[in-house]
Design a protein. Structure first.
Length: 311
């Protein structure tokens, strides 16, 4: 990484916000399609078309050949299946509940990641983060209450909320797998193999019947993949210019985008109880981010103190 890369945190933040906007537009397109297309067809369009901008990015950066090299092919397969499962559940949820509600429930992912990292990566989790996780899960219950409590409208919407929560868990599992694989795999290989495997897995659903889209829907399905690929690129590039701890809070701007797009496109206004739950979850997530950043600085300081002086 060059000095210029390290000196542009504002550019990194801008790219992160644009990436989050692109991911939200992707979710809005899925919501627009509703139940008109099978989930596998939408996942295939998203994964396959997204390969084009991803391959262009890797080629432009001169990393295409290195993206093909891997020391952990089975790790890529396992992570990709997990991530594809999360995408299926996420899309199923988006077709059933408002965009802002689905986005809010999705913010439970960092909470699951803390628990999964403790269970499978052996990360030490102290009182601060456990408290944040517990409070955040209470916020999740608050968000789910309109769907699962006495005020639940119907089973269709209730399942949508559950699907979004399952998707957040699976995305958390996939992120935990990525953190484990990061020791041997490049960012290029993680993006490339996921896109390829996701395309192949979703293609197998053609045997369950796909729907021939109209001309307009065909263009929008291509747009779903293009927007998803651009979102991946923007997200990847943002980490070249700013540290993860700096960028992480801006992922929560997705709530602002989701509320705005949901209102303008679908005439959706999130319930106050959902916004309250989202605020609790986001607050807990920010505590987790702050604490992990502080622990990272402490680990780095301890490592520097134990390292021999330069000669």
């Amino acid at each position: 990484m060059t000095m210029i890369d390290r000196m542009n945190p504002l550019l990194g933040i801008l790219l992160q916000i644009l990436a989050v906007l692109a991911f939200t537009i992707q979710g809005a397109l899925v919501r627009y399609f509703g139940g008109r297309f099978p989930l596998g067809e939408m996942v295939f369009a998203r994964s396959t078309i997204a390969l084009i901008p991803v391959l262009l990015m890797l080629s432009w950066q001169g990393k295409l050949r290195s993206a093909l090299r891997t020391k952990n092919l089975m790790g890529h397969v396992t992570r990709s299946f997990t991530n594809v499962g999360g995408m299926f559940f996420n899309y199923a949820g988006l077709t059933r509940i408002p965009l802002a509600d689905a986005t809010a429930i999705g913010h439970a992912m960092p909470l699951f990641t803390v628990v999964l990292a403790w269970m499978f990566l052996g990360e030490l989790v102290r009182l601060w983060r456990w408290t944040a996780v517990v409070v955040g899960l209470i916020g999740v219950l608050v968000m789910l209450s309109p769907y699962l409590g006495q005020g639940a409208s119907d089973a269709y919407n209730a399942w949508g909320a559950i699907f979004c929560l399952v998707a957040a868990f699976l995305f958390g599992v996939a992120l935990t797998q990525v953190r484990h694989m990061a020791a041997t795999e490049t960012t290029g290989s993680l993006v490339f193999y996921y896109s390829v495997i996701a395309s192949l897995v979703s293609l197998t659903t053609i045997f369950w019947g796909w729907v021939v889209p109209s001309a307009t829907d065909f263009v929008l399905l291509i747009g779903l993949g293009v927007v998803g690929g651009i979102a991946q690129i923007l997200m990847t590039e943002s980490f070249r210019y700013a540290a993860a701890a700096v960028l992480a809070p801006f992922a929560y701007t997705s709530m602002l985008w989701a509320v705005a797009i949901g209102y303008v496109w679908f005439d959706e206004i999130p319930a106050a109880i959902v916004l309250l739950g989202a605020a609790i979850v986001i607050g807990s997530g920010l505590v987790v981010i702050w604490r992990e950043h502080k622990l990272g600085l402490d680990r780095k300081r301890a490592k520097n103190q134990s390292a021999p002086p330069p000669v």
